[in-house]
Design a protein. Structure first.
Length: 252
């Protein structure tokens, strides 16, 4: 019988970027339930602190992870909590629009949050582990759009393809040092960011009836459980992969 400790994170500190709401908040809850001391990171102070207050043992750290100078501070805060071993990159954004008229300002904004911030936090966390000779796990939030295309989402698809490429490259580079790097790719989840999209009946029908074989959105908890698995020792031989929680979207 497999020991339950392989699914636990007791004695470890986990940093969750983008933890103020949505998937990031769900991931913070799941890691805390697994026994981790969680440092929750986001830009919105009031939202973040209210979220952290709901999770036993969680600590809030206000930071903008697109800014390299602020990442060192959040790692220092994580070390004050104990043995830093887990990083979850859940900070993300989306701005839709047809490619022909898509704003370069929006393009740059998506790459700053979805790609630059993921790289900066991965690099800083990886360097910290390597400097200490410690093993650890990184889980990046991707999307089914990291494997396929979709009209009106050229920028978003490009950023999530980039996240998955970065995940594979870092996994190969750091595997021998005991650092695992994986991604989770959910389909649409009803969160504050996606809720306005489903106010459009045509879009809702397209997603639920045509695109999703299950005809159901993923839940925050289902995505967070996948993140927890990749953060735990139960996934000790898993690195450089993307775990799809996409209701069969990419299986067509």
């Amino acid at each position: 019988m497999v020991s339950d400790t392989r699914w636990r994170l007791d004695g470890r500190v986990a940093v969750v970027a983008g933890a103020g709401r949505g998937l990031g908040l769900g991931c913070a809850r799941a890691l805390a339930a697994a026994g981790a001391r969680v440092l929750m990171v986001a830009r919105s102070a009031d939202e973040l602190r209210a979220a952290a207050a709901e999770i036993p043992g969680a600590t809030a750290q206000v930071a903008d992870v697109t800014e390299e100078a602020q990442i060192a501070g959040l790692l220092a805060a994580a070390h004050e909590l104990g043995d830093l071993r887990v990083l979850v990159n859940a900070a993300g954004t989306n701005r839709t629009g047809p490619a022909r008229s898509y704003s370069t300002t929006d393009w740059d904004a998506l790459f700053a949050v979805n790609v630059r911030a993921t790289f900066l936090t991965c690099r800083a966390f990886g360097d910290d582990l390597l400097s200490r000779g410690a093993s650890g796990a990184i889980v990046n939030l991707s999307s089914q759009m990291g494997s396929v295309g979709y009209p009106g989402r050229a920028a978003y698809c490009a950023t999530k393809h980039a996240v998955e490429g970065l995940t594979k490259a870092l996994a190969v580079e750091w595997a021998a040092d005991g650092i695992r790097v994986n991604a989770v790719a959910p389909t649409f989840v009803l969160t504050p960011m996606t809720a306005p999209m489903f106010d459009d009946p045509a879009f809702k029908t397209e997603v639920l009836e045509r695109r999703l074989p299950t005809h159901e959105l993923a839940t925050v908890e289902q995505v967070a459980d996948a993140v927890r698995y990749l953060a735990c020792d139960a996934s000790g031989s898993v690195t450089g992969t993307t775990l799809k929680v996409d209701g069969g979207w990419t299986a067509w």
